[in-house]
Design a protein around this ligand. Structure first.
Ligand code: PLP
Length: 391
């Protein structure tokens, strides 16, 4: 798969580092102030009432809008080329706020490609509200997608590259089709970050991020974000956000802002490190397949994707989960842990010792997922090589 350099790179780096910040407004401090406050006081009661008419755009209460968090929201909206962004206390907080707001009783959701497991569990639970979903994995061509559309399909929810399998979709074609049928589209863009893929420019309505991953970047933050149009965000702001209350703390917002400062540098290092490790795995006799977007035959047009990051998976030539555990136990530099996108390399089996057909549909038993961190690649390759001798 050929990937082109982002035509937005220079602009995006400016957004990550400087855009929307005004040091002269806060004593010349090069970082924005962390405004820890629950409420915002107004000189007159009339001023307060006026502000309360639009809690989305005025600072009234920090469950609504906070100035520190707003710096991060402006940057995320600009990076995705969307109109409006809202930050949440986690990626799941962001995703479920959108689903809670947009889905009504009787609606159907088409889930395309492997996606983050807990979102499928949430959709399964939403059946109690008579919201149904269909999940397609494997061949997710437009022809197959069309076959699963129902009159009550309200939303197509997808990830590309997909969680665990890293298969990609032609999101432009998918979103054009959805628009023609008046169906909303929502993309979890956590893998690519806004630097390597811009789903809104491909016609997607809503983009979700777990900022916990590359944007935080140091495994010290749990946070999420939605980017969409003003119209959709106005609705999500009051329902899924303000009422459900999955609010980002200003301290977390500052970690997100700090993460963006080095994201352009880190993302390229994760990318080249991961490709080096993937190339090693590709030649190893015990490895059946390497699921890295660069090797996957796919229909993404080159102008939709500007790079790959540090996350990919590979398949060992065993279906014995105990043997997989043994190999994982023998890894020394790779830490064993969930999540990804930080400085440290991680390895897991997505099955965690047993097969769950809802969470892990379409995921082979021998699959191991790696999050390639910022260590030297020789250290990582040697670590994998010695652990494979126990297979
Ligand atoms: C981690 C993750 C989420 C959930 O984000 P949290 O911040 O953990 O709530 C959603 N989607 C993807 C692809 C993720 O990796």
């Amino acid at each position: 798969m050929k990937i082109i350099a982002s035509p937005y790179w220079e602009e995006d780096v400016q957004i990550c580092l400087h855009e929307f910040e005004q040091p002269s407004d806060y004593y010349g401090a090069i970082n924005p102030p962390v405004i820890m406050t629950s409420l915002f006081a107004y000189p007159t009661y009339d001023d307060l009432l006026k502000a309360m008419k639009d809690e989305h755009h005025n600072c009234v209460y920090s469950r609504g809008t906070n100035p520190t968090t707003r710096f991060l929201e402006y940057k995320m909206a600009a990076l995705e080329r969307g109109e409006s962004a809202k930050c949440f206390s986690s990626g799941m907080g962001a995703i479920t706020a959108a689903l809670f707001t947009l889905l009504q009783t009787g609606d159907h959701v088409l889930v395309v490609n492997n996606i983050y497991g807990p979102v499928l569990q949430y959709l399964t639970y939403a059946k109690k509200n008579n919201i149904s979903f269909t999940h397609i994995t494997g061949d997710c061509s437009l022809e197959i997608i069309k076959q699963h559309i129902k009159p009550e399909t309200k939303l197509i929810y997808f990830e590309s590259p997909a969680t665990m399998t890293f298969k990609t979709l032609n999101i432009k074609e998918l979103c054009d089709f959805a628009k023609s049928k008046n169906i909303l589209t929502m993309c979890d863009n956590t893998y690519s970050t806004p630097l390597f893929q811009k789903p809104i420019l491909a016609g997607c309505d809503i983009v979700a991020h777990s900022l916990t991953k590359y944007i935080g970047g140091h495994s010290d933050l749990v946070a999420g974000c939605l980017v969409t149009s003003h119209k959709i965000m106005d609705e999500i702001f009051y329902k899924g956000y303000l009422w459900q209350g999955s609010v980002m703390s200003p301290l977390s917002a500052m970690l997100g802002i700090r993460g963006l400062r080095t994201l352009p540098l880190r993302i390229k290092a994760h990318e080249s490190n991961a490709i080096a490790v993937a190339e090693f795995l590709k030649t190893h006799p015990r490895v059946l397949a390497v699921n890295h977007p660069i090797y996957i035959e796919n229909k993404v047009s080159y102008d939709e994707i500007y790079g790959t990051t540090g996350l990919f998976s590979f398949e060992l030539d065993t279906e014995n989960l105990e043997k997989i555990s043994l190999v994982l136990n023998k890894l020394q530099t790779f830490q064993k842990g969930v999540s990804w996108g930080g400085f440290e390399s991680l390895a897991i089996s997505p099955h965690f010792g047993s097969y769950d057909p809802i969470k892990n549909k379409g995921v082979p038993l021998g699959l191991v997922r790696l999050s390639i961190g910022l260590e030297d690649t020789n250290t990582l390759i040697k670590d994998l090589d010695q652990a494979f001798t126990y297979l």
